[in-house]
Design a protein around this ligand. Structure first.
Ligand code: DAH
Length: 342
C-alpha cells in the first residue's frame, strides 16, 4: 500500500520536475514534495503504521526514491539556471561601440593668469623669484617708502582708494619692492605680482587690475642692464623681434625714470589701430631705483644699486592679443574666454 503510494509520489514528483519551466516553479515543486508539509514528508509519517520488520525494507526504498528525485532535481535546476543566465546576458548585452555621454566642458586658464604666468616664466629664466604683498597696504609702503611723501603732489599720479588714515588699497605693486628691500639682503632679483586698485574707469582703465614688476639690486647696475633685460623680455613675451625704446619720464621711486615702449606686436611697427598708427605701444614704467628708496629701507647705497620696472598685466594682454576693451576680462563671456583656451 505504502509502497504504491511512494511510487506514485515519485512519478508525480519526477513529472513535476521535468515540467517546471523556470527555476521559481522548480523551487515550488521542491516545497510541494519535500517541504515540511510536503507530500514526501506526509508519507514518512505513515511509516509508523508498518510492521517493524517491514520498516528497513521500506526505509531503503525511501532512500532510493529520495536520491533519484534529488538527482533529477539538481539536473533540472542546473539546466534551468544556465538557460536563465544565458537569456539574461543576451538581454543585457553592452554595445561597447556606442559613444559615451558627452564629456563635461573643461574650464581653461583665465587670460589674466595666462599673461602673468607667461611673464613670470620669462623672468624666472633670468633668475627672478615671485614675491607678493598685502592688498590693503599701509600708506607708508604704498607711498612714503617709495619716496612719495604725504601731501606731495606726486600722490595725484594715482587716484587712491583710502581705507582709513593709514591704509589704502594698494595702487601699484611697487610697495612689494619696499617690503623686499626691508626684509631680504641684496643681491636681489624679484618679481612683484598681483591685483592693484585705482579710483579710475574707462575703456582702458579699470578700478581693479593687475600689475607685475621686476626689481634687480646688485653691486653695479646701470640703465644698460635695465634696457637689456626689458629688450630680452619683450622679444620673449611677444615672440618676435621687436625694438624697445625708452622715453624720459618721472616716477618718484626711480631716477632716472623712463617710459618703456615697444614696437607694436600686432603690426610689427608698421602702424595699426592698436598703436594709433604710430608703430609703438607703451608697456610700462621703469628706471634706476631712487637712492632715497634704497636708503629708506636700510640698504647700503651706493654699494647696492638697482633697477625696477612695472607693467600692467591687462595691458600686456590687450597688446599681445589685440583685446579691444579692458572690461572684457571681467565679463566672464565664454565666447571671449574660449579664445584663450588651448
Ligand atoms: N608703479 C608704477 C605705476 O603704477 C609703475 C612703475 C614705474 C613701476 C616705474 C616701477 C618703476 O617699478 O620702476 O604707475
Amino acid at each position: 500500500m505504502l509502497k504504491e503510494k511512494l511510487e506514485e509520489v515519485r512519478e508525480r514528483a519526477l513529472a513535476a520536475i521535468r515540467d517546471a519551466s523556470n527555476s521559481q516553479i522548480l523551487y515550488e515543486v521542491k516545497v510541494q514534495f519535500f517541504g515540511k508539509q510536503g507530500q514526501f514528508s506526509a508519507l514518512m509519517k505513515e511509516m509508523g503504521k508498518l510492521l517493524p520488520e517491514e520498516r528497513p525494507v521500506f526505509g531503503k526504498l525511501v532512500n532510493e526514491v529520495k536520491g533519484a528525485l534529488e538527482k533529477s532535481y539538481q539536473e533540472r535546476e542546473t539546466a534551468l539556471k544556465s538557460a536563465e543566465l544565458d537569456a539574461k546576458l543576451a538581454e543585457e548585452s553592452l554595445d561597447l561601440t556606442l559613444p559615451g555621454p558627452e564629456a563635461p566642458a573643461l574650464g581653461a586658464q583665465h587670460p589674466i593668469s595666462m599673461v602673468i604666468d607667461e611673464i613670470v616664466a620669462i623672468l624666472a629664466r633670468l633668475g627672478y623669484a615671485v614675491r607678493t604683498g598685502p592688498l590693503i597696504e599701509q600708506d607708508r609702503y604704498n607711498f612714503e617708502a617709495l619716496n612719495i611723501p604725504k601731501d606731495h603732489p606726486a600722490r595725484d599720479m594715482q587716484d587712491t582708494f583710502y581705507v582709513d588714515e593709514r591704509h589704502v588699497l594698494r595702487t601699484h605693486t611697487s610697495p612689494i619692492q619696499a617690503h623686499v628691500l626691508e626684509t631680504e639682503k641684496p643681491p636681489l632679483r624679484i618679481i612683484g605680482v598681483g591685483p592693484v586698485f585705482r579710483c579710475d574707469s574707462d575703456v582702458s582703465h579699470s578700478p581693479n587690475f593687475h600689475q607685475i614688476e621686476g626689481m634687480y639690486v646688485d653691486a653695479k647696475v646701470s640703465m644698460a642692464d635695465l634696457k637689456g633685460t626689458i629688450s630680452h623680455f619683450v622679444k620673449e613675451f611677444f615672440g618676435k623681434e621687436l625694438k624697445t625704446r625708452f622715453r624720459p619720464s618721472f616716477f618718484p621711486f626711480t631716477e632716472p625714470s623712463a617710459e618703456v615702449d615697444c614696437q607694436c606686436p600686432l603690426c610689427s611697427g608698421r602702424g595699426c589701430a592698436m598703436c594709433k598708427q604710430s608703430g609703438w605701444v607703451e608697456i610700462g614704467g621703469s628706471g634706476l631705483i631712487n637712492p632715497n628708496v634704497l636708503r629708506h629701507a636700510g640698504v647700503d647705497y651706493p654699494r647696492w644699486q638697482g633697477f625696477a620696472f612695472g607693467f600692467g598685466v591687462e595691458r600686456m594682454g590687450i597688446i599681445k592679443y589685440g583685446i579691444e576693451h579692458i572690461g572684457l576680462y571681467n565679463q566672464n563671456d565664454v565666447r571671449f574666454l574660449r579664445q584663450f583656451s588651448t
